[in-house]
Design a binder for this molecule. Structure first.
Ligand code: PLP
Length: 410
C-alpha cells in the first residue's frame, strides 16, 4: 500500500459489483452487496420456479427441496443441525421470537437480563416489556466495550426467564465471551439467546458445542438480500412461535420467501468457504487502515477492544468534528460509513454503545464506524486514506457561520 495519486487510485478500482466501482463502501455492518453467485442462485426462484413449498405437485416440491438445501447450508455455517434452523423475515424477528418464546414458556418468571450495548431489536423489545411489568437488568460493559461474565452470574435469580446478549457488537465489533456466557446460563438453567447477526460469517461459530437455546441470524449481513433471517432453536429447547401457521414445522407461520432463503443458503455456503481466508485478509486491511488514521490524524482514538473484536470493524473518534457532517462530505466522494443511529428527525443521535462505554456524548458525536467486507481491496483502503484525513482537516478548520458546520461546507 503506497502513497498514490487520487486519480491513479480511482482508475485502479474496477469492481466485480457494478455499483461498487463508484462507491467506496465501508459499511458492511449496515448491510452487504448481494454476491453475484448468490444473485445467480436466487434468479430461478423469482421466475419459473415460483411454486409454494407446501404444494404437493412437482413445482411445489422443487421449492421444498430448495428450502431443505438452504437449511443445510445455513446450519453448516453455524455448526447446527438443519432441523434447528427456522427461516423467518429478519434478525429482528428472530430476536423478538426468541425472547418472547422464553417468556411464554415460563410465564411466572418476569426477569430478563441483557446488556446496555445491544442492537435496537433487543433494546426496543425489552423497553416495551418493562411497560408490561417485566424487570430488565441491563448489564454494563467496560471502557473497551467488554462484558464481564461474572456480572451475569451475579445477576441471575430464580425469577430470570431469559438471558439475551450479543455475540458481536454491530458498532464496535467487540465480541462478548459467549462460551462463558453459555456455561453460566447452562449452570443456572436459564435459557440463553445470542444475537449472532454480526458474527455469522465473520468469525467461526459452532452451536453444537456452545449449547445456547436460541441464536439470531440475518442474511443481509452475509451478501444475501434483506428481509430474510433465521432463528436457531436448539433441538432440546422449546419454542413458542411468534407467528402461528403450518410452515416451518408449525414453528413460524407464513409461506416461505423461497428465493431469498435460497440466496441465504448460497451466501452461507460461500461465507463458510471464505472463513478460512477472508477474516485474515480483512483484518490486515482494517489494521493498516486504523494504524494509518491513528498515526496521521491528531487526537484520533479507537473505540472498543483492540483484540476482542470482529476483524472487519473499526470505530474511531475524530475529536473536533461532527460525524453527521463527515458522513455528508464522505458521501460526496462516494465513501459510505456510519455514525450512531438516525433519529426520527433524520439527524444522528450519539451512539448508545459508545456512551455505555463511557465515551462522552460530544465524543460519540465525533465518532465513525468503518466496516470492511471480503471484497474490500487495498486500493479501496488507499483511497479511503486519501479521503478521510482531507475531510477531517476540512471539518476541523471550518468555522460554522450560522447553521451547522456542514452547511457552510457543502
Ligand atoms: N442484531 C444486530 C447485531 C444487527 O446488527 C442487526 C442489523 O443491523 C440486527 C440484529 C437486525 O437484523 P435485521 O436487519 O435482519 O432485522
Amino acid at each position: 500500500m503506497h502513497c498514490q495519486s487520487r486519480q491513479s487510485l480511482l482508475k485502479k478500482r474496477s469492481h466485480s459489483y457494478p455499483a461498487m466501482s463508484q462507491l467506496l463502501y465501508l459499511d458492511h455492518n449496515a448491510t452487504t452487496p448481494i454476491d453475484s453467485g448468490v444473485y445467480e442462485a436466487m434468479l430461478p426462484w423469482l421466475r419459473n420456479e415460483f411454486g409454494n413449498p407446501s404444494s404437493v405437485y412437482s413445482l411445489g416440491r422443487h421449492a421444498a427441496v430448495a428450502l431443505t438445501a438452504a437449511r443445510q447450508q445455513v446450519a453448516a455455517l453455524v455448526g447446527a443441525e438443519p432441523s434447528e434452523i427456522i427461516f423467518n423475515s429478519c434478525g429482528t424477528e428472530a430476536t423478538n421470537t426468541a425472547i418472547l418464546s422464553a417468556l411464554a414458556i415460563d410465564p411466572d418468571k418476569r426477569h430478563i437480563i441483557t446488556s446496555t450495548v445491544e442492537h435496537s431489536a433487543t433494546i426496543k423489545l425489552c423497553e416495551y416489556l418493562t411497560t408490561r411489568g417485566y424487570e430488565i437488568t441491563w448489564l454494563p460493559v467496560d471502557a473497551e466495550g467488554k462484558l464481564n461474565p461474572e456480572k451475569l452470574e451475579d445477576t441471575i435469580t430464580a425469577e430470570t426467564a431469559v438471558v439475551s446478549l450479543l455475540w458481536a457488537n454491530n458498532e464496535t465489533g467487540v465480541l462478548f465471551p459467549v462460551e462463558e456466557i453459555a456455561a453460566i446460563s447452562a449452570r443456572k438453567k436459564v435459557p440463553l439467546h445470542l444475537d449472532a447477526v454480526q458474527a455469522a460469517g465473520k468469525v467461526p461459530i459452532n452451536l453444537e458445542s456452545l449449547g445456547a437455546q436460541y441464536v439470531s441470524l440475518s442474511a443481509h449481513k452475509l451478501y444475501a438480500p434483506k428481509g430474510v433471517g433465521a432463528l436457531y432453536v436448539n433441538r432440546k429447547a422449546r419454542l413458542t412461535p411468534l407467528l402461528r401457521g403450518s410452515q416451518e414445522d408449525t414453528r413460524r407461520g407464513g409461506t416461505q420467501n423461497v428465493a431469498s432463503i435460497v440466496a441465504f443458503g448460497k451466501a452461507a455456503e460461500l461465507a463458510l468457504t471464505a472463513l478460512s481466508t477472508a477474516p485474515k485478509h480483512v483484518k490486515k486491511l482494517r489494521d493498516h487502515f486504523e494504524k494509518n488514521l491513528l498515526s496521521t490524524i491528531e487526537g484520533v482514538r479507537l473505540n472498543g477492544s483492540e483484540t476482542h473484536r470482529l476483524p472487519n470493524t473499526s470505530n474511531i473518534t475524530f475529536p473536533g468534528i461532527d460525524a453527521e457532517s463527515a458522513l455528508l462530505l464522505f458521501d460526496q466522494e462516494g465513501l459510505c460509513c456510519s455514525a450512531g443511529s438516525a433519529c426520527s428527525s433524520g439527524s444522528i443521535n450519539p451512539s448508545h454503545v459508545l456512551t455505555a462505554m463511557g465515551v462522552s456524548r460530544d465524543e460519540a458525536r465525533a465518532s465513525l464506524r468503518f466496516s470492511l467486507g471480503r471484497t474490500t481491496t487495498e486500493t479501496d483502503i488507499d483511497l479511503a486514506l486519501e479521503i478521510i484525513p482531507r475531510i477531517i482537516t476540512k471539518l476541523r478548520s471550518a468555522q460554522p457561520v450560522g447553521g451547522s458546520p456542514v452547511h457552510s461546507l457543502l
